[in-house]
Design a protein around this ligand. Structure first.
Ligand code: SF4
Length: 327
């Protein structure tokens, strides 16, 4: 029986943090053995919101590949490629845009949210509206039949399924209807208790040195009611404890929670334990990063090999598409 094919990607917008590790990469690593995996660096998608900030894009692409591989994405098992290396994606996007209505795109829930968030008012770029059409092309070009998604991305995938169905109905049965693979995303907050984000300055990055991790853990926000050692604390409102629940062993986590509640452990000790766990967790990634940073040609080789494999599939799909559309 042939394996299902997973298509997933990330935009190259900066260094990855531990939230990406536990929320996305850990899942991808598991998928590598079960599926035929295509992992795409979505550089065109990065332009939908950052079209005027392209000076860092090349560096961000390299950093992203380094982060992926250091975390355990294996180029021998998975196809790692750059979206813009496969121009067939742009062609399919154009053709899909002919069969997709503007009103349908305006109904994608995240569209309105994004306009508001970015304060775009009446000056919404055409590319932002068409973003889900490009996403449909990304997935269907490779005939991805499985797409790992969080619940908030389900409407985008539904649109991909609709576009594929419409194409199949209008011309010829070519595309699969990709199924969502709902992934478990542990709720990891930032060091200050807010959502972890580079822009909030509350993230621990995969590329952080041991000293940086240590300093960030030291600065982490704890239960604000726990002022003295003898005050009992509430681990459920503490960002240090939130990290323990994700990175530490469950027995140790329970012991720390108990120690917090009965004032048997101090926050310094609790943080010290977390620091050791995190430094340990990131040690292998850091070592692999160093190796790759010393060998930039390796990144070029990985991207070139990925583009070659991705192109082969893309060209075969486009041949079918053009023939079905009499082009
Ligand atoms: S003991 Fe640990 S869990 Fe409790 S408030 Fe301090 S850092 Fe947070």
């Amino acid at each position: 029986m042939s394996k299902g094919r997973i298509l997933s990607g990330m935009r190259p917008t900066g260094r990855l943090h531990v939230g990406h590790l536990v929320g996305v990469l850990d899942n991808w690593i598991k998928f590598q053995d079960e599926y035929d995996c295509y992992f795409m660096i979505a550089d065109w998608h990065a332009l939908t919101t950052k079209y005027d900030q392209t000076e860092d894009i090349k560096d961000n692409i390299r950093e992203l590949v380094i982060d992926w591989i250091s975390a355990g994405i294996d180029p021998e098992k998975s196809v790692i490629f750059l979206q813009s290396d496969v121009k067939e994606d742009a062609e399919l996007h154009l053709l899909f845009s002919m069969i997709t209505s503007v009103s349908r795109l305006e109904r994608v829930p995240t569209y309105k949210e994004q306009i508001e968030e970015l304060g775009l008012g009446n000056s919404v770029p055409y590319g932002l509206l068409g973003y889900p059409v490009l996403q449909a092309a990304d997935i269907l070009l490779y005939k991805g039949d499985t797409v790992p998604v969080g619940k908030d991305q389900l409407p985008h995938l539904e649109l991909t399924r609709e576009i594929g169905r419409r194409f199949n109905y209008l011309y010829e049965e070519i595309f699969p209807e990709p199924e969502p693979k709902l992934t478990k995303v542990p709720k990891l907050l930032g060091t200050d208790g807010r959502k972890m984000s580079k822009s909030y300055g509350n993230a621990i990055f995969l590329a952080d040195s041991k000293d940086e991790v240590e300093e960030k853990v030291k600065q982490m926000v704890t239960d604000p009611q726990r002022i003295r050692l003898k005050d009992p604390g509430d681990p459920d409102v503490c960002s240090v404890y939130n990290f323990h629940t994700i990175f530490n062993e469950s027995e140790k986590t329970d012991e720390l929670a108990e120690g917090c509640r009965n004032a048997g452990i101090g926050c310094m000790n609790c943080k010290g334990n977390l620091r050791d766990v995190l430094v340990d967790e990131l040690a292998e990634i850091r070592a692999k990063r160093k190796e790759l940073e010393k060998n930039p040609e390796r990144i070029d080789e990985i991207l070139a090999a990925g583009a070659k494999k991705a192109k082969k599939v893309a060209q075969a799909t486009m041949k079918e598409v053009r023939s079905a559309m009499n082009l």
